[in-house]
Design a protein around this ligand. Structure first.
Ligand code: ADP
Ligand code: MG
Length: 670
C-alpha cells in the first residue's frame, strides 16, 4: 500500500512539474504589480469620478466663457479636475517607476495624459486639455468596473462556499458548551440543532433529521439521516436535533478540505491565461515602441518636422492609451474564476483553470467500476462454505476486513452485523486488487479474488453465479466463497450517454473485478470497452496506453479518469484530468484528483464538461474581441482618424464588455 502512495506522489509531482514548466517565466508579470493595500473601495472611486467629472464640466465652462486666457492659465484650470481624477494613478505610476516597472498601465496612462496636457505648448499643437482629463476619467471608470466585477465574483464564490462552520456544540461533563470547532477532538460528541451548520464530519448516534446538502453537492433535495448514518460538515441541519460522534478533526473535515481546495484553485493555469500573460509582455512594449517611432519618424522623413510633429505626437499618445491589455488581463482569469464557481455550484470542485481546458477537450473517458459506476454497496446474496458453516465463513471474512475501507469490506462487515465480538485480528495485510490477509485468532485467513487464492496456494472452486465472488482460505486451505452483488448507479447510463453527446469518442471501464461482471455492467451502461481483472498497476499501464492512443489525428484530445480513489489514486494522478468521488472516495483520492464530484454522481461529469466548454468559449471570445478592437483603434490612430477620447472610450468599452461577458460563466448551469 505504501509503495502505491509513493507512486501516486511521484506521478502527481510529474504532472505539476509539466504544468509549472509551461508557466515558468510567464508568472510574475502581473503578480509583481503588487496589490496595493490601499486600493479604493468602489464607492470611493465612484465619488472620485463624479467629483472630477463635475470639476471638468466647470473647467470647460470657465475656459469657454473667459476670453483671452493664456495657454498656461488654461492649463492651470484643467489641472484641477485632472488631479482630482488621477491623483492615485499618478501616485501608482510614480511607485511603479521607483520599482523599475515603467511599462505598467498607470505609468502609460500618465505619459499619455501629461503629453495631451502639454501638446498645446508644442509649436503647431492644438491644445487637448479637456481630452486629457476625459481620458483619465474614463480610465478610472474602467478601474471602477474592474473592482466591482472582481468583488462580485469573489463574493459570489464565497457565498456559494459559505460552508465554514463557526462553532460547535460539544458535550463535556454533562453540559453542552459552544466552542470553536478546532477545539473539538475526534471521539467527542457534538449536538447539531435545526438551522445549524454541521461543523465536523461524524456519525449520528441519536436522533433523525434531514440535511440540506446544497452547499456541498448542488442538490437541493434534502437528505434524511438517522442513527448510524455518516454526516458531513458543511451540510445544514433542517429539522431535528441530532447527536453526532466526531470522526474527523476540523482540519480534516469535508468543509475545511473543500474550502482549502477552492482557495488554492489557481494552482494550474489555463492555456488562455498563459497566453495573455505572454501576450501582455510583448504587446505593451511593442505598442509603446511603435508610439515612439510614430512620433518621430514620419515628421522627420515625410515632411516638415516643426509643422507636423505635434500632429504625430498626438497620434503617438493615442497609441499609449491602447497599449494596456487590461481587458484581457482582467476578463480572462475572471471567466475561469466564474467557471470554477459555476462548477462548484453543482457540486463539482475543479482545482485549477488548467483542468478546465483539459475537460473541454475530453476525448477519452475512463471509469473505474466499483464505487464509480456502481454504488459500491454490495449485498451478500449466497454463501458457499466448504467444510465450515455459513456463519463461520461470513464470520471470518468480516473479521479479516475489520480495518479495510474497501467497499467490499464495508459490505461484508455490514452483512455479518456485530463484527467487533472479541476475536483478535492481527497482521493485517491489504493487497490492492486482490484482497486481504490477516490472522484471526491466530489462524492466517485470506479473503479475496482468485488471484489471492492462487497466491495462498488454495484450490478454489468455480462459481457459475453472476456477480462478484469473494473467496476465503484458512491456512492455505480453501474454505468457500461468498457471492456478492453491486448495482449500477441510477445515473450511470445517462452519464455515459451525455458524455457521448458532448463529443467524447471513447468510453472505457477498468476494473479489478471478474470479466463476467465487467461485461454485464459495460453492456448495461453502453460503454465502448471494458478491461477486467486488473491489478492497480495494470490500471496505470492501461491508462498510459489509452493516453498514447488519445489525441491522434491532429486532435488535441485529453484523457479523463474517473475513480473513487480506492486502489486507483496512481491512475487519478496519471490522467490528464483525474476525477474523484468526493463523498465516498478516500482522502488520498481527493488529494490526488484534479476534480472532485461532491455527490458521487457520474452524470455531473458531462455537466462539468459543458461548463468548461462554455468558459473556454467566453475566454476565447474576449481574446478575439479585445485584440481585434485594439488593432482597429491602433490603425485608425496611426492615420489620425481616432481622437484620444475615442481611443479611451473604445478601450474602456471593451474592458467593460469583456468583464460582463466573463461574468456570464458564473451563471452557467452545465
Ligand atoms: P475495482 O477496480 O472494481 O474498483 P479493486 O481494484 O478495488 O476493484 O478490487 C479488485 C478486486 O480485488 C475486487 O473485485 C475483489 O475481488 C478484490 N479485492 C480488493 N480488495 C478487497 C477486499 N478488501 N476484500 C476482498 N476482496 C478484495
Ligand atoms: Mg475501485
Amino acid at each position: 500500500m505504501s509503495s502505491e502512495s509513493e507512486e501516486t506522489k511521484r506521478l502527481r509531482a510529474r504532472k505539476y512539474e509539466t504544468l509549472r514548466a509551461d508557466e515558468a517565466g510567464s508568472a510574475g508579470a502581473e503578480e509583481s504589480g503588487d496589490e496595493d493595500e490601499e486600493e479604493m473601495e468602489p464607492k470611493q472611486k465612484l465619488l472620485q469620478i463624479l467629483v472630477s467629472a463635475g470639476l471638468l464640466v466647470a473647467a470647460v465652462i470657465v475656459d469657454k466663457s473667459v476670453p483671452g486666457l493664456a495657454m498656461w492659465q488654461r492649463l492651470l484650470i484643467y489641472l484641477i479636475p485632472y488631479f482630482a481624477a488621477g491623483f492615485d494613478v499618478l501616485k501608482e505610476a510614480g511607485e511603479g517607476l521607483a520599482h523599475h516597472e515603467a511599462l505598467n498601465e498607470d505609468f502609460l496612462m500618465c505619459v499619455a495624459t501629461v503629453g495631451a496636457l502639454l501638446i498645446g505648448f508644442v509649436p503647431g499643437g492644438k491644445p487637448q486639455f479637456a481630452e486629457a482629463v476625459f481620458v483619465m476619467l474614463f480610465f478610472q471608470v474602467g478601474e471602477l468596473f474592474e473592482g466591482i466585477a472582481e468583488g462580485n465574483s469573489t463574493r459570489a464564490i464565497s457565498q456559494l462556499l459559505d460552508i465554514r462552520p463557526d462553532t460547535a456544540n460539544v458535550e463535556r461533563g454533562g453540559a453542552v458548551q459552544t466552542v470553536s470547532p478546532e477545539k473539538v477532538s475526534v471521539g467527542e460528541v457534538i449536538v447539531v440543532r435545526p438551522g445549524e451548520k454541521v461543523p465536523m464530519d461524524g456519525t449520528v448516534i441519536e436522533g433523525t433529521t434531514s440535511l440540506n446538502t446544497v452547499a456541498l453537492t448542488g442538490e437541493s433535495a434534502p437528505r434524511d439521516v438517522t442513527v448510524g448514518d455518516p454526516i458531513l460538515s458543511g451540510c445544514v441541519n433542517l429539522s431535528g436535533v441530532v447527536r453526532v460522534r466526531v470522526e474527523k478533526a476540523f482540519g480534516e473535515s469535508t468543509a475545511s478540505k473543500i474550502l482549502d481546495l477552492v482557495q488554492h484553485a489557481s494552482g494550474a493555469k489555463s492555456r488562455s491565461e498563459k497566453f495573455i500573460t505572454r501576450f501582455a509582455r510583448v504587446y505593451t512594449p511593442v505598442v509603446v515602441g511603435a508610439a515612439v517611432l510614430l512620433a518621430f519618424l514620419p515628421p522627420l522623413f515625410c515632411g516638415h518636422f516643426t509643422r507636423d510633429f505635434a500632429e504625430w505626437l498626438l497620434r503617438a499618445l493615442t497609441f499609449l492609451i491602447v497599449s494596456c491589455p487590461c481587458a484581457l488581463v482582467v476578463s480572462v482569469p475572471l471567466a475561469y474564476f466564474g467557471g470554477i464557481g459555476a462548477a462548484s455550484k453543482i457540486g463539482v470542485l475543479i482545482k485549477g483553470s488548467g483542468f478546465m481546458d483539459s475537460l473541454s477537450r475530453a476525448e477519452t473517458v475512463v471509469f473505474d467500476k466499483t464505487g464509480t459506476l456502481t454504488k459500491g454497496v454490495f449485498e451478500v446474496t449466497t454463501l458457499h462454505p466448504e467444510k465450515i458453516t455459513e456463519h463461520e465463513l461470513l464470520h471470518l471474512a468480516a473479521h479479516v476486513e475489520r480495518y479495510s475501507s474497501h467497499p467490499i469490506a464495508l459490505s461484508l462487515k455490514q452483512a455479518f452485523g456485530n463484527e467487533d465480538d472479541g476475536c483478535t485480528v492481527t497482521d493485517v495485510e491489504e493487497i490492492a486488487g486482490r484482497g486481504i490477509r490477516a490472522k484471526v485468532n491466530g489462524k492466517t485467513v485470506c479473503v479475496g479474488n482468485t488471484k489471492m487464492m492462487d497466491d495462498a496456494g488454495a484450490q478454489w472452486s468455480q462459481c457459475s453465479e453472476p456477480g462478484t465472488i469473494i473467496h476465503v482460505a484458512i491456512e492455505g486451505k480453501y474454505a468457500g466463497h461468498i457471492h456478492i452483488t453491486d448495482v449500477v448507479k441510477p445515473d450511470a447510463a445517462k452519464a455515459v450517454a451525455d458524455l457521448k453527446a458532448e463529443g467524447v469518442r471513447r468510453t472505457v471501464m477498468l476494473t479489478g473485478d471478474r470479466r463476467e461482471v465487467a461485461g454485464r455492467v459495460a453492456g448495461e451502461l453502453g460503454l465502448d470497452e471494458y478491461h477486467a481483472e486488473l491489478l492497480p498497476a495494470d490500471k496505470v499501464s492501461d491508462v498510459e496506453k489509452l493516453i498514447a492512443e488519445t489525441g491522434r489525428d491532429g486532435q488535441k484530445g485529453t484523457l479523463i479518469f474517473v475513480g473513487d480513489g480506492i486502489n486507483d489514486a496512481p491512475v487519478l494522478a496519471r490522467a490528464d484530468v483525474g476525477i474523484a468521488m468526493g463523498a465516498m472516495g478516500s482522502d488520498a483520492a481527493i488529494e490526488a484528483a484534479d476534480v472532485v464530484l461532491m455527490d458521487d454522481k457520474p452524470s455531473k461529469i458531462a455537466r462539468a464538461l459543458r461548463i468548461a466548454k462554455n468558459t473556454q468559449r467566453v475566454a476565447l471570445h474576449n481574446i478575439v474581441f479585445a485584440i481585434g478592437v485594439k488593432i482597429v483603434i491602433l490603425i485608425l490612430a496611426a492615420f489620425g482618424l481616432a481622437p484620444m477620447w475615442l481611443a479611451v472610450f473604445g478601450d474602456t468599452g471593451v474592458l467593460i464588455l469583456c468583464v460582463l461577458n466573463s461574468m456570464r460563466t458564473l451563471r452557467a448551469k452545465g
